[in-house]
Design a protein around this ligand. Structure first.
Ligand code: C5P
Length: 257
């Protein structure tokens, strides 16, 4: 299967549907996050799932277990193929999410969605974790939360490029790892920057363009991320901001192992 999930980070249903129609068959699915969901609601998710599309509903639920279970139940009713919750909500909350996914899917006769944990947001630094009372490094906290997510019955986690390999080693081959921060290499990068595997590469500091790093500070190419152990790649602007999104998606698919 094509592992690319396109982030539909647009403000209207019309734009999202136009992009989805352009990209259908050239990508593995679509990610609907807080911007599009808050603008268009569950109707947008249903619109795509009713066309047979796979939708990753990226709402990062984090609340008391009963509320998260209810949110997951509502997500299952939209036909979402993947949902996520914050792993820092704890084991009881994650178990409630996983159980709600199984129970609701069974009751509705739908396939159970993948339930994925968010470990530490990539905007967080070691100093920010210390500020909120977490003494571990980001990397150690990410691996700890990924192991808790697995033990609680979640199917995988979202991980930044620099964490993918450590999680794959800690959580085994069957754990799903969803990796954003993906940027295809430009010819310029090939000359200047050798691919550096799991460590990623620093942003070029150049003006953002469709093939540059934009605001993603540490990136991997699609092929590097898969080699580091990613199961799915979340890609937004390199596809959605390209002059021809379908061609950009096809070019990316052609680089994958
Ligand atoms: O446009 P770009 O490829 O940077 O889009 C990446 C998508 O993945 C965005 O929707 C962004 O919110 C999301 N994401 C991320 N980094 C994370 C988690 C999610 O970039 N750690």
């Amino acid at each position: 299967m094509n592992p690319v999930l396109v982030a539909l980070d647009v403000e209207s249903a019309a734009k999202a549907i136009e992009l989805a129609d352009q990209l259908r068959g050239a990508v593995g699915g679509y990610k609907i996050g807080k911007q599009l969901f808050t603008a268009t609601g569950p109707a947008m998710v249903r619109e795509l799932t009713s066309r047979g599309d796979r939708v990753f509903l990226d709402l990062k639920f984090h609340d008391i277990p009963n509320t998260v279970a209810g949110a997951v139940q509502s997500a299952v009713a939209t036909g979402a193929w993947m949902v996520n919750v914050h792993a820092s909500g704890g084991t009881v909350m994650m178990k409630a999410a996983a159980e709600a996914a199984s129970r609701s899917a069974g009751a509705l006769g739908r396939p159970r969605p993948l339930v994925i944990g968010v470990t530490v947001l990539t905007s967080m630094t070691d100093a920010m974790l210390q500020e909120i009372g977490v003494a571990r490094t980001v990397m150690d906290q990410v691996v700890l939360l990924a192991q808790l997510a697995r033990a609680a019955g979640l199917d995988g986690v979202v991980a930044s490029p620099q964490e993918t390999r450590a999680i794959r080693e800690a959580c085994g081959p069957d754990f799903q790892i969803v990796t954003p921060g993906i940027r295809p290499l430009r010819p310029f990068d090939k000359l200047k920057v050798a691919p550096s595997g799991v460590e990623g590469r620093q942003g070029s500091g150049q003006a953002a363009d469709q093939q540059g790093t934009d605001d993603q500070a540490r990136t991997l190419t699609p092929a590097e991320a898969i080699s580091a152990g990613a199961t799915y790649l979340v890609i937004g602007r390199p596809i959605t901001g390209a002059p021809n999104p379908r061609e950009a998606a096809e070019r990316i698919a052609a680089t994958l192992p």
